[in-house]
Design a protein around this ligand. Structure first.
Ligand code: 5GP
Length: 191
């Protein structure tokens, strides 16, 4: 089976992602001159984005990882998340760059920012590859967004459906026939 099977259309091409990352990296280089920010990756969806972003940056960085999962089994993102793997580094007085794959309702990010903020970092910058165009999304801090996408279920470049599609080099729309048997495909994804 081909890894793109089930993708109905490409929304953001590999070339567009590459160009956007180059411009994000240039902005971050300017912001963190003579500093070593700690880049925090939320596993697993943000892995390709983080890897490409840090390679495009010129300033030195350190990297750390968190793994989280949605709490309980409600059908909608409750914003209460369980930490499966916490950071290894101390973040007090550090400058943090939180790298996110997708901001949908914004609840996960809001929780994460609260969690990190209580540990006294110097500041936090949030960089998201994708933000969904969603009128009812909560107002949460996102300092830099790569692409705004329509409120459809997207996969690729780290984003999964039932664990698959993460290794597509582009972001595409998953054909609804692939998840015809489920109410909400977002519930079937893993961070
Ligand atoms: P939130 O609604 O809290 O902003 O997003 C929660 C999580 O839902 C995201 O981190 C991501 O794992 C998942 N998610 C939301 N929308 C999509 C989507 O269109 N595609 C995929 N693959 N995951 C999504």
């Amino acid at each position: 089976m081909d890894k793109s099977q089930g993708v109905s259309r490409v929304l953001i091409s590999e070339e567009q992602i590459e160009a956007e990352i180059a411009s994000m990296a240039a902005e971050l280089d300017a912001e963190y001159q003579d500093e070593t920010p700690l880049v925090i990756c939320v596993l697993r969806g943000a892995v390709p984005f983080m890897a490409d972003l840090v390679k495009a940056m010129s300033v030195p960085v350190e990297m750390d990882f968190m793994a989280i999962s949605s709490y309980g089994n409600s059908t909608k993102s409750s914003g209460v998340v369980r930490i499966l793997k916490d950071l290894d580094e101390e973040i007090e007085n550090r400058r943090l760059i939180v790298v996110e794959d997708i901001v949908d309702s914004g609840l996960t990010l809001q929780y994460l920012l609260g969690h990190l903020g209580r540990r006294g970092p110097k500041d936090i910058r949030v960089v998201a590859m994708v933000k969904k165009e969603k009128p009812d999304a909560i107002a949460v801090q996102v300092d830099r967004i790569g692409f705004v996408v329509p409120d459809e279920f997207v996969v690729g470049y780290g984003l999964d459906y039932r664990g698959q599609y993460r290794n597509l080099p582009y972001i595409g729309v998953l054909d609804p026939s692939v998840y015809a048997d489920v109410d909400d495909p977002v519930d079937e994804t893993e961070y």
